[in-house]
Design a protein around this ligand. Sequence first.
Ligand code: F0G
Length: 459
Amino acid sequence: MKSYPPEPFRIKTVETIRRISRKERETALAAAGFNIFGLRSDDIFIDFLTDSGTGALSDRQWGAMMQGDESYAGARSFFRLKEAMSQIFGFKHFVPTHQGRAAEHILSTLLIKPDLYIPSNTHFDTTEANIRARGGRPVNLVIEEAADPAAFHPFKGNMDIEKLEAFIKETGAENIPLGMTTITNNATGGQPVSLENIRQTSEIYRKYNIPFFIDACRYAENAFFIKTRETGYTEKSTLEIAQEIFSLADGATMSAKKDALVNIGGFLAMNDDDLFQRAQNELILREGFPTYGGLAGRDLDAIAVGLWEGLDEQYLEYRLGQTAYLVEGLHDAGIPVVLPPGGHAVYVDAGSLLPHIPRDEFPGQALSIELYLEGGIRGVELGSVAFAYTDPETGEKHYPLMELLRMAIPRRMYTQAHMDFVIETFKQIAERKDSIKGYRITYAPKLLRHFTAKFEPID
Ligand code: F0G
């Protein structure tokens, strides 16, 4: 029998969850326009929609929140966060934001002009959308192995360094106001990026004088992968690894809702004094005064504690062990999953599970619907619904690398019995997979369509 390291915590508060009947699930789904984002959480049994802001706080975080200082300016909470920030990330400046995309928004507003290019290993959807919203062009240069769900590569989130340099030469550094890398690489399976790769990426950006920003949402999980998978890092602590990672960059955007183990928050960090000045002005316009940035003082305290808890190695061993347990259980049951296991989520290769459904009929969407109908489980499509787009100039349609269904695992929330239930549910779905049909879109907004699009089944 497989298992994973036991939870390095015990449960102090519980929240009841219920599984409504299949008939009730059918009704709920139709009312939601066959989009799992439209469901009420009460109608969901196990919620793997996202690991963002959905985790459990610790007693230490709750305790720290009671000490939140709600002063408008210069609050103690801000300085406690600043201390944690400077020890872990080491950037000269930062501004708190209410979540990750607010940091992306500010950064994009300050640096991006129409028709400029922003390379990354793979941008997350909100980053892409923020770049496009300024008229910029996001470019994804992840290594080729990332496109093959079954290809084993310990750092499948890596940037393709040769492609990056070729891209910069071809595009001209003057047309690239910043370069990024996302750790872990969410859009291609929560796969980690090696320190060697981050270093090479940094060298290339520095060679061409391009400011380098890290999308740091899941930096602690990435640091633990480096510790366990990369030669030369076994003896280093995750803190030391994180410090080394950020010493290679000029700044970072972060959604604290991931590896800082909080329900809300984020930040934009940087070394450049002038950029910091401009970021503060932008922050005041959009988020709030620079010592709270759209958050309550207690939120800043929860982040300050959560940043340390997120780096704890016993926690990370359990956390990544849980993800690996689910991946292995599904793999053993014959469900095609992205291998090796990534950090925060399990990615089912819906394209190969449902090969009879064409990409334009959204196999990942169809699978998300079946998962809900069968088990009351909510996972999200990360395939052509989320990422396919038509180039405005050429009219050419671009598809993402894979048609995935993501099950993101909230931090410190679900147990091994929940994971076993998910595996059993997939076995049921696999038995009748040939009868599963595709979907067509009946409504979609221009940007980030997967959140609010509506669908109907194709007969
Ligand atoms: N960057 C990455 C890599 C992310 O995964 C996310 C959010 C963001 C930026 C934006 O942060 O939500 O705080 O504004 N990802 C969530 C997810 C939503 O489900 O993967 P945010």
